[in-house]
Design a protein around this ligand. Sequence first.
Ligand SMILES: *Cc1c(COP(=O)(O)O)cnc(C)c1O
Length: 374
Amino acid sequence: MANFIPVNTPRLSGREREYLLECIDTGWISSEGPFVGRFEEAFSAKVDRSYGIAVSNGTAAIDVAVAALGIGPGDEVILPTFTIISCAMQIVRAGATPVVVDCDPRTWNMRAEDAIAAITERTKAIMLVHIYGLPVDLGPILEVAREKGIAIIEDAAEMHGQTWNGKPCGSFGDISTFSFYANKNLTMGEGGMVVTDDPVLADRCRSFRNLCFLQQKRFVHEELGWNYRLTNVQAAIGMAQLEEMDTHITRKREVGRLYNRLLVNVPGLQLPVPATNYAENIYWVYAMVLDDDVPVDAEQMMKLLAGEGIGTRPFFWPLHEQPVFLNHGLFHGAHLPVAERISRRGFYLPSGLGLSDQDVELSAETLRRVLAGL
Ligand SMILES: *Cc1c(COP(=O)(O)O)cnc(C)c1O
């Protein structure tokens, strides 16, 4: 279509080209190149962590985090049902049990009290997943977890630059993870990172990233790892993006506020919460939920908007409704009404860093017009 506004376009306006040329000119294109270590150090420092282990994507980062914590058969891991499947895959593959909780109808994040209520003697970890623009309100989760010896995994894939009560997202987990996929606030197309302050966990993450080679005897293996290495070419783009990250976050917030202004008086929409007492929305995506009296669901609305040249994406589909997990014998009879509702009525508008103000205005105006015509 001539004037289609895609749901995401990245912004590559820093030193990406210069650093990429450096890779080519020096011949360093593999994961052994110097940008990888530099990026690990600079990014982990940015989120107040001692160690960063770069991996090939955000899903890989979660796999490595779950493996490094030794999660396995008999263990339970508490996590929100309203999240991407990446969060649950390694839990299930390792033979542990994902225990899912519902989310808050306004922020779409897991609630601290629900996570705490789901704790049993078998709970090995709680996975915090910050959704769309606001962090999980941690409340007493961290204290309770510490008292009970429960590990915290923090999936901060969507939260580069966000804070909870002034502390960076990505600094709360025993292990925290990031994604650098093309729609994230810092991207190299594909990429991820695990961050931690624990040197033993950091070593385990490095080992799982790189096939669990034994340090003393290469090609001898005592555990099963993955090749989840990030390349120097990717890390080069990552370094350039990191230099621009604060600008990216400022722009994300500008776009979010512009959408808010344009849509606040449009009936039928539940818009993102601009701020809470623990965080200001970062608007990783500009997400919304259709009120019950709007006569179409998100899927139909997204089709109508696509017909008008506006790219959108649906909300996550709840983990407890995923066919693959039901077929696995998980989550039978689970009913988590908030996630079930928002997954059917929620979607997001074009939100990428490459959007112009005019793109935002056209997207909002088109949505307003489509809604008025229903
Ligand atoms: C993007 C995302 C991931 C997965 O990252 P990939 O790099 O796409 O594998 C995991 N968790 C959340 C919350 C995400 O938004």
